[in-house]
Ligand binder design. Sequence first.
Ligand SMILES: Cc1ncc(COP(=O)(O)O)c(C=O)c1O
Length: 503
Amino acid sequence: MHTDQITVMAPIQQHSKSNKLLKDIFYEETSAEYHQALEKARTAVEDFLHHTRQPFTGIRPAAMREAVYSVDLSNPLTGYDELLAEVNELYIRHATAFHLPQYIAHLNCPVVIPALAADVIISAINSSQDTYDQSAGGTFMERRLIDWTAHEIGYTNADGVFTGGGSQSNLMGLLLARDHFAMQLLGHNIKLEGLPAQASRFRIFVSDKAHFSNDKNASLLGLGEQAIVRVKTDSRFRMDAPALKEALDWQLSLGNIPIAVVATAGTTDFGNIDPLQSIAAIAAEYQVWMHVDAAYGCGLLLSGKYRHLLNGIEHADSVTIDYHKSFFQPISSSAFLVKDKATLQLVRHHADYLNPAEQDYEELPAQINKSITQSTRRFDALKLWCTLRLMGKQKLGIYTDMIIDTAAGTAALLQQDPEFDLLSSSDLGVLVFRFRPVGLNTDLSALNLHIKQSLFFDGTYILASTKVEGNFYLKFTILNPVTTLAHIREILAAIKAKGYSLL
Ligand SMILES: Cc1ncc(COP(=O)(O)O)c(C=O)c1O
């Protein structure tokens, strides 16, 4: 005993005399080092804000690759000045500037400052959300935010967990749909026994504009992409409810087994919301699990003006929420919620060293019991906590309303202009359109593709694109409350000018 103490203590005494070796470890003796590192990192970010005037430098992949691969990873740098100069050169300088209105491509929102402050705390304190002994306050703060979100959805007996993103939350939805169905209707426990013989006939109904994670998830769940039945959409690219009924009847007539329907609240390509009330009624009639993928449309929960667009979401058995899309949160910040908290028990596994079966989880909670793919998990919830506590729901809701109003104004501009084809209005902020010069007979798909690529490598504007019925279209995703119609006019003029220059 005595000898053990001596061998353990000796190295500590030695280190406290000279802490050079340990100067990079974050502990009580290195707060000056920490302060210096953060000051310099913050300055690098501020420089990015001050000096970035366009969303991209336009660097080509070959040059970017060359810059990154020419670094000798076996030769460490001498200090933070050198380090941040390198990080700036390789990364920050060429980073896509989501905060600029000239970035109008994918579902990347600008982020709010309280969440950035939270991120500093999250990284340094580095709690892991799996068990109470690794995150006491964090466990309950995450739970409060899940309860808060559940309340906003209209759930009364819900549960949920923060996840890494919408694809993962959607996976949880389909996993519970599959396992719940097998347990309730076939008396089969998939978690323990693997897939039942009937699994190859399980079917999941999604619209033909639903997110591709549904296909990937069906495959991950052992059902294969063949399990996905694509239901046709209406003129605004929303799931057509009568077509859902027809698809269910058709699959039943083939001897297949419908287990779930995924409604999308905010499609990736059109920002429209499937008819949630009608889908809920059909899901109840056919006794299938209803999952709502509100990864994008969840921002409507914040809105006083447009919250009604989500009516019906409260009937869903489970919901995906991406705070990192529509709550102005830094990546990652997402959640999966279930209407009936008992169903989340289906994913529970016990490990003696972490969450033993005999533990009373009412008394000593463990978020690991609710998570399927992450054991060690960041306390991402702190970002949302700080955001809500400092800004409040109402202010975030006003941002959401501003975005939707800008998108509506943009749709009007596109509709009024004979040189643009707009495919649909949007409940949220995604507009799919193409430049169509009047009186000129040209390949519009090729022209619009070149416009997009050329603007991207100019670095001036970043647009998205998609295909509809085989034709190439440009896409705006408006997620920035700073963006005004003046910015939109500027971008539309740039598209036209680029288009004419390429003809
Ligand atoms: C409707 C929808 N669901 C799910 C996802 C996937 O979310 P994540 O990228 O966070 O995994 C997306 C991403 O764009 C989406 O648009």
